[in-house]
Design a protein around this ligand. Structure first.
Ligand SMILES: [Zn+2]
Length: 149
């Protein structure tokens, strides 16, 4: 029986196979990038490479290039990752917050809904910026560039 999942390129003409891959000229350059340092620098809105330039302009906009060292920070696609991590962590905090407000304050369910919604929204918006910086720092450390950029 024929293998329904042949290895890439086995029966595929070379030009079709090449079209599927993102264009990269030559082998990937080898980088030694300190992941922990890159995440910490990103967390504090600094360029993961030099630690001096700003990573973000405005609230969440990643700059195209570092103002200090010229590193192309705009080509590291964070996409939905930061929002996912932020929401997941805030939701994990929400469970003990619901329990605590219920036990300590005995608020009516409607007041709890309003108060906790406002509180988690503010916490999410504050945390998102830090998480996005750390996320782009991680992508930079792993050299996960957007192939389309
Ligand atoms: Zn830099």
């Amino acid at each position: 029986m024929a293998n329904p999942y042949p290895k890439e390129g086995s029966n595929v003409p070379a030009e079709r196979n090449a079209a599927r891959r993102p264009a990269r000229s030559g082998p990937r350059p080898q980088h030694h990038r300190d992941t922990r340092q890159a995440i910490l620098r990103g967390f504090t809105n600094r360029c993961p490479k030099c630690g001096k330039g700003h990573m973000m302009r405005g609230y969440l906009q990643i700059v195209d290039r570092c103002e200090n060292c010229g590193e192309p920070l705009g080509s590291y696609p964070a996409a939905d990752g930061p929002a996912f991590f932020t929401i997941t962590n805030i939701m994990l905090l929400l469970i003990p917050m619901i329990a605590a407000t219920w036990v300590w304050f005995r608020l009516s369910p409607f007041v709890m809904l309003v108060v906790l919604s406002a509180l988690t929204s503010v916490m999410t918006l504050i945390l998102l910026r830090y998480v996005k910086g750390a996320f782009v720092g991680y992508l930079w450390a792993k050299d996960e560039q957007d192939p389309g950029a």
